[in-house]
Design a protein around this ligand. Structure first.
Ligand SMILES: *Cc1c(COP(=O)(O)O)cnc(C)c1O
Length: 241
């Protein structure tokens, strides 16, 4: 069908353009020895798009709503994908997320860590699968008016300790979304400082999940190890149903 072919061309072009931006920023930052990992954020877009992206070499996908992610991952079980859960997560969804996700980027409270641990203990008994990578989401908003989730910086040590000692969870690092309407550099600099403090205690937890379509260059400059890019690859998101 012509529509499918057009979509494939769009995705291929979007992906190529973003990869070029990442390569250039990685080179400019003198980081060619440790390039960031690209997570393609596919929320609100159909499973067919993920199939197309996988054929184009994408291995990491990001989703922000449990029901949607659960449905898509079930439809795409034949693909070897690494599923990243990046949205605000209610504790009662931990069990579902633990079933398909390999990483959760939005760990922001002790109660959620406990729920993920319980869920992963059960999952690992059933399937023997690897530990769930957990990024602690930090809020960088001065005042969290839009409430996009995230713990305050002072809460990071206690969260890190709980994740690090939990069965079935692996402390991967920190995550943040740059505040709206502010320079992303300052926010990512703060995140880098929080990361440096964390790796002082947990040297292996060196992940920094930062950088979206608008600010990936700044994120790469300031040490992002995982980029979460949606709209510049897939186009605008369809209206929320
Ligand atoms: C949607 C989303 C992204 C992707 O944002 P784009 O601007 O579409 O690249 C990244 N991170 C989180 C947490 C998101 O919810």
């Amino acid at each position: 069908m012509i529509e499918n072919q057009l979509r494939e061309i769009q995705l291929r072009d979007g992906l190529a353009a973003v990869r070029r931006r990442i390569d250039r920023a990685t080179e400019d930052a003198g980081r060619t020895f440790s390039p960031p990992r690209l997570i393609v954020v596919t929320k609100f877009h159909p499973a067919d798009d993920i199939r197309t992206l996988a054929a184009l070499g994408v291995s990491d996908v990001g989703e922000s709503r449990d029901q949607e992610a659960s449905d898509k991952s079930t439809q795409l079980l034949d693909l070897d994908l690494h599923w990243h859960f990046i949205g605000q997560l209610q504790s009662n969804k931990a069990k579902s997320v633990a079933h398909y996700a390999h990483s959760v980027h939005s760990v922001d409270r002790l109660q959620l860590v406990a729920a993920l641990e319980r869920a992963m203990v059960v999952e690992q008994e059933k399937s023997g699968r690897a530990a769930l990578e957990c990024f602690i989401q930090v809020s960088l908003d001065e005042v969290d008016e839009v409430h996009r989730g995230g713990a305050v910086a002072d809460a990071v040590p206690a969260l890190a300790e709980q994740v690090a000692s939990a069965r079935g969870l692996e402390l991967a690092g920190v995550m943040a979304v740059a505040p709206l309407g502010a320079e992303p550099e300052a926010a990512f600099e703060t995140l880098a400082a929080i990361s440096a403090r964390l790796t002082g205690d947990y040297p292996f937890a060196s992940g920094i999940s930062a950088g979206m379509s608008q600010d990936l260059e700044a994120a790469i400059r300031l040490g992002a190890t995982h980029l979460r890019i949606g709209s510049d690859i897939l186009g605008p998101r369809p209206a929320v149903r």
